[in-house]
Design a protein around this ligand. Structure first.
Ligand code: AP5
Length: 222
């Protein structure tokens, strides 16, 4: 059976990471979030983390050359042999070209691009209410997925915080980066016949039921 390679696409805060994590757990595939990879480098203060920091904190995309090498290295790992889920990559046409080139060199290709969208006020509400655990990275939302105790992670007891780039003044920059640089990937994947659109306005489980049904449908065709 060919590798299952999924791209999760959509504006910041729409909920693609939440859905990608659920599908990765169900399909037992690695969930590769470029945002998480960069945050890990930032936390460890690596050279890459320090280079990415300014861009991320400003709500701008990190330059393609820094992202592409990071992802290409990651997908060579043995845990990607059966496939993988890319969350937040590719985010520019150049990143997509680099991915396609690397995959086609091994006779592989993206199985599908799952595109999530919701009205901007929904997105802003999701971003502004998001809280993340400093310890284990678990994600919460003050209204939709609150911690049992305010500011304390249910999973590990660590402190929850608001990501610097989730501050209101950074969100409009992130949305504008998305519109200008990532938005063009939507028609691009549609033309390739790889785009599957999801209305991300509903609850997490309601959306996930559709995601799972789609992934299972693809698997049965493979
Ligand atoms: P990244 O971490 O990828 O951020 P993003 O794309 O802006 O996406 P988010 O993590 O903000 O949102 P999401 O859609 O995953 O939503 P989530 O599930 O968390 O990237 C951060 C930065 O890194 C970028 O700005 C850039 O600088 C850099 N970067 C990363 N990749 C790059 C690349 N390829 N190229 C260049 N630069 C790159 O959900 C959000 C909140 O809503 C949560 O609180 C959640 O609990 C809640 N929620 C989710 N679903 C629902 C629902 N259905 N109903 C109610 N609440 C919900």
């Amino acid at each position: 059976m060919s590798k299952q390679i999924f791209v999760f696409l959509g504006p910041p805060g729409v909920g693609k990471g939440t859905q990608a994590a659920k599908l990765a757990a169900d399909l037992k595939l690695p969930h590769i979030s470029t945002g998480d990879l960069f945050r890990d480098h930032l936390k460890r203060e690596t050279e890459l983390g320090l280079k990415a920091k300014g861009y991320m904190n400003e709500g701008k995309l990190v330059p393609d050359e820094l992202v592409v090498d990071l992802v290409m290295d990651r997908i060579k790992n043995e845990d990607c042999n059966a496939g993988f889920i890319l969350d937040g990559f590719p985010r520019t046409v150049a990143q997509d070209e680099a991915l396609e080139k690397a995959l086609s060199a091994n006779g592989e290709k993206v199985s599908a691009a799952l595109y999530f969208d919701a009205p901007r006020d929904t997105i802003v509400e999701r971003i502004s209410g998001r809280r993340t655990c400093r310890g284990c990275g678990a994600m919460y939302h003050v209204k939709y997925a609150p911690t049992k105790q305010d500011g304390v992670c249910d999973a590990c007891g660590g402190e929850t915080y608001q990501r610097e780039d989730d501050a209101a003044e950074k969100v409009s920059e992130r949305l504008s980066e998305y519109d200008n640089k990532t938005g063009p990937l939507v028609p691009h994947y549609r033309e390739k016949g790889l785009l599957k659109e999801f209305d991300a306005q509903g609850g997490v489980d309601e959306i996930y039921a559709q995601v799972k049904a789609f992934a299972e449908g693809l698997k049965s065709q493979a």
